[in-house]
Write a protein that binds this ligand. Structure first.
Ligand SMILES: NC(=O)C1=CN([C@@H]2O[C@H](COP(=O)(O)OP(=O)(O)OC[C@H]3O[C@@H](n4cnc5c(N)ncnc54)[C@H](OP(=O)(O)O)[C@@H]3O)[C@@H](O)[C@H]2O)C=CC1
Ligand SMILES: CC(=O)N[C@@H](CCC(=O)OP(=O)(O)O)C(=O)O
Length: 363
């Protein structure tokens, strides 16, 4: 990782990464290396504390940027002064632990982008129901801005605490929210059939997400019970201005990265698939990361791998009055660290694409 020259028009942003030894933390460091105006001041790990980042991830051990990285330390070794010298802190930590840390941070001095699910649900009861415990800091839960960047840019720009969306909710909401807001699809008949690569489960792989249990097969999990359903419903309910319940079924695929969602919707009376296409093309025509494919072309996870792009295809179903939307992202980039960096750029008044211009990796 080579140091990219800073753009002198913009300030240097001092950054901390909690959980830098995990998949999303490491991906963030990879992206920050090509940012130019970000300086990593502190990085933490738990089991890997005390190690160099380059010894945990030998692929990132080379080059001037890598050599300047601080050692991985434990969270409780960070001093208040170290927090205060940061502009932005990324939390790439497990759920529930994150809120314990964030509630003690000086949020008037350091802005936070949280990649966990801790601050995504605004309603305290919904949070307790799906996460199995009361939130430790409900005020911050309410204050947090949901960082679906393209649709929340203005709010993200003013936020102290951004809740970075979940990977599945990102791929689902970017097509569905504009369609619901425009009244082009019915709110009561949305089916999201989702598939994810195994990195979605994190580096501390559990039984079920281990290589030999994922390769050469596919399985559904969290059927009718996955905690991303209420997160998707929160966004769609806001867009439709009526309560929405979705059918959401995630599957684990034998691939490391990528999410593909086949989304089945019913057209509102008198509306056509051409209307859906026009709406999404118009919504995203100036967006650098969201793309609507021409009619008849289906996106693949390979089209976005390693990049911050979202690619959508829109099809007329053979079943009358129904459409199929296929939405793909890289779960670790737009589904986590890429969107987190995009949010940081917005929060700090930097060009939104800084550090995110890497093209997808192929094959
Ligand atoms: N992977 C993905 O695609 C996505 C993940 N997310 C969310 O982002 C967050 C991070 O995910 P991911 O990077 O995949 O997870 P990983 O399991 O890969 O990494 C977790 C990180 O947290 C550290 N950690 C674990 N336990 C503790 C602890 N008790 N105290 C301090 N640090 C700890 C780990 O350190 P060490 O390894 O050294 O023990 C590691 O650095 C999670 O909340 C996840 O749900 C969100 C969207 C997508
Ligand atoms: C394949 C896999 O296990 N995926 C994870 C989702 C990862 C993600 O987006 O995020 P949060 O954990 O931050 O909500 C899961 O289903 O729980």
């Amino acid at each position: 990782m080579m140091t990219v020259e800073p753009n002198p028009k913009y300030p240097i942003v001092k950054v901390g990464v909690l959980g830098a030894s995990g998949y999303t933390g490491a991906e963030l460091v990879r992206l920050l290396a090509s940012h130019g105006n970000a300086e990593i001041m502190l990085m933490t790990a738990e089991k890997n504390a005390g190690a160099d980042f380059g010894s945990v991830f030998p692929q990132y051990a080379f080059g001037t940027f890598a050599k300047k990285l601080p050692k991985l330390i434990k969270i409780d070794e960070i001093t208040p002064a170290q927090y205060e010298e940061l502009d932005v802190l990324f939390c790439c930590l497990p759920h529930a632990l994150t809120q314990e840390i964030v509630m003690k941070l000086p949020l008037d001095k350091v802005k936070v982008v949280d990649l966990s699910a801790d601050f995504r649900l605004a309603d305290v009861k919904t949070y307790a129901t799906w996460y199995g415990h009361e939130h430790l800091c409900p005020d911050l839960q309410k204050e947090a801005v949901y960082g679906l960047t393209e649709l929340m840019r203005e709010q993200v720009g003013k936020a102290r605490l951004v809740a970075n969306p979940g990977c599945y909710p990102t791929a689902a909401q970017l097509p569905l929210i504009p369609l619901l807001k425009s009244g082009l699809i019915l709110a009561d008949d949305i089916i999201i059939d989702a598939k994810s690569g195994a990195t979605g489960a994190g580096r501390a792989a559990k039984v079920g997400a281990l290589y030999c249990e994922v390769t050469e097969g596919i399985h559904a999990y969290g059927v009718a019970s996955h905690r991303h359903a209420p997160e998707i419903e929160q966004g769609l309910t806001g867009a439709a201005k009526k309560d929405i319940v979705v059918n959401f079924t995630p599957h684990l695929m034998p691939m490391s990265r990528g999410i593909l969602e086949s989304i089945y919707v019913k057209l509102a009376p008198g509306k056509s698939v051409a209307d859906l296409r026009e709406c999404l093309e118009k919504q995203y025509e100036d967006e650098p990361f969201v793309h609507v494919l021409p009619s008849g072309v289906a996106p693949q996870t390979r089209h976005v791998r390693g990049s911050n792009h979202v690619v959508m295809g829109i099809f007329e179903d053979r079943v009358p009055d129904r459409a199929i939307i296929i939405s793909v992202i890289d779960n670790v980039v737009k589904g986590a660290s890429g969107q987190a960096l995009q949010n940081m750029n917005v929060m700090m008044g930097l060009p939104e694409t800084m550090g995110l211009e890497l093209a997808p990796v192929f094959p």
